[in-house]
Structures are given as structure tokens and as C-alpha cells.
Ligand binder design. Structure first.
Ligand SMILES: [Zn+2]
Length: 62
């Protein structure tokens, strides 16, 4: 019982992290398509770099 509740909470936490990670990645992907500097195979601009770092932060689980 106690273990079940704990695993449910852990699953919810994992889902929340996943959703935040997806949002951060989508923000990066949207920028990539809209930005003239990043479009195609160009280098990432500062905005894209910041979005990428934000995405990476959501995937860096403690
Ligand atoms: Zn850009």
C-alpha cells in the first residue's frame, strides 16, 4: 500500500518532468523554424542556445 502510493507519486513526478521537457523542446524547435539565423543548417543564435540549455536542464534529473 505504502509502496504503491510512493510509486504513483514517482510516476506523476516523472510525467511532470517529461511534460516540462517536451514544452522546452517544442519551444526550441519552434524557434529553430522561425529564426532566420537558425533556419536550415546555420549555427544556433543566442536565443536558440538559451532555449537549448533550458531544455537540457529539464533532462538533467538529479
Ligand atoms: Zn535563432
Amino acid at each position: 500500500m505504502r509502496g504503491e502510493a510512493r510509486s504513483r507519486i514517482e510516476r506523476m513526478a516523472a510525467n511532470a518532468r517529461h511534460a516540462a521537457s517536451q514544452r522546452a523542446y517544442n519551444a526550441y524547435a519552434d524557434h529553430w523554424e522561425a529564426c532566420e539565423t537558425c533556419n536550415g543548417l546555420g549555427p544556433r543564435c543566442a536565443d536558440a542556445e538559451a532555449l537549448w540549455q533550458a531544455y537540457k536542464a529539464t533532462t538533467a534529473f538529479p
